[in-house]
Design a protein around this ligand. Structure first.
Ligand code: TYD
Length: 208
């Protein structure tokens, strides 16, 4: 169910190393060129308070209930202060990760109770869901290879491949439960081909 107003809400998901970030910028530019007003944001984060919580979530060891509560606390602030107001103004909101990441990382990755996450989701979002979720899907072994050439890993990025296998299955379950919202993007292709697929999905939905 989507109880938002006139704007368009698009989220980007996938395991670490799947390469979603480049394409968020690319889609943002394509939408802006078409005259859309775009709000580019991310989770955890997107507000001053939520960015402070992000630092804790990505760096401090904590029990998975604490982690889930902090993720949803950050989301509450972000939804209330940034996402809903932008949608109410009729803008396009592009969000680097949203609640599917919580089901994938805390739920599937850290084996946390999905019913509790569903309750938190309804408290915080009150029916708000993305109109479209891009899921950049890549085999965890390939993602690990890409990450090893990148940067100093954070708490999640330094997890073993088995963790990302679980996270990937969490995304697959969310996609299966809501196939209309999800667009799976094959991330094991050239950057150009992945971006072409991203644009094709947006065009097919009439967003571009
Ligand atoms: P990411 O989006 O990959 O940002 P960056 O490209 O700057 O590393 O990192 C965010 C991390 O937070 C990622 O490892 C997934 C994790 N995460 C959760 O565990 N739960 C959540 O609900 C969200 C939104 C993110």
């Amino acid at each position: 169910m989507n109880v938002q107003t006139s704007g368009l809400f698009i989220s980007f998901e996938g395991i670490d190393g799947a390469g979603k970030s480049t394409h968020i910028t690319g889609l943002s530019e394509a939408l802006s060129a078409k005259g859309c007003k775009v709000t580019l944001t991310r989770e955890p984060g997107g507000t001053v308070l939520a960015e402070k919580l992000r630092t804790l979530i990505l760096n401090d060891a904590m029990d998975v209930l604490t982690e889930s509560l902090l993720v949803f606390a950050a989301r509450r602030d972000h939804v209330a202060c940034v996402i809903r107001p932008a949608l109410a103004r009729g803008e396009v909101v592009l969000c680097d990760r949203f609640t599917d990441a919580t089901f994938a990382y805390q739920g599937a990755g850290r084996s946390f109770d999905l019913q509790t996450l569903t309750t938190l989701e309804s408290w915080v979002q009150l029916g708000l869901q993305p109109d479209l979720t891009y899921w950049f899907d890549l085999a965890p072994a390939l993602a690990a290879e890409r990450l090893s050439q990148a940067r100093v890993p954070d708490k999640f990025e330094s997890q073993p491949v088995a963790f990302f296998e679980a996270v990937r299955s969490g995304y697959a379950a969310r996609a299966e439960a809501d196939p209309k919202r999800f667009a799976r993007i094959e991330a094991n292709q050239s950057i150009e081909q992945v971006f072409a697929d991203v644009i094709a999905v947006a065009k097919a939905r009439g967003y571009l």
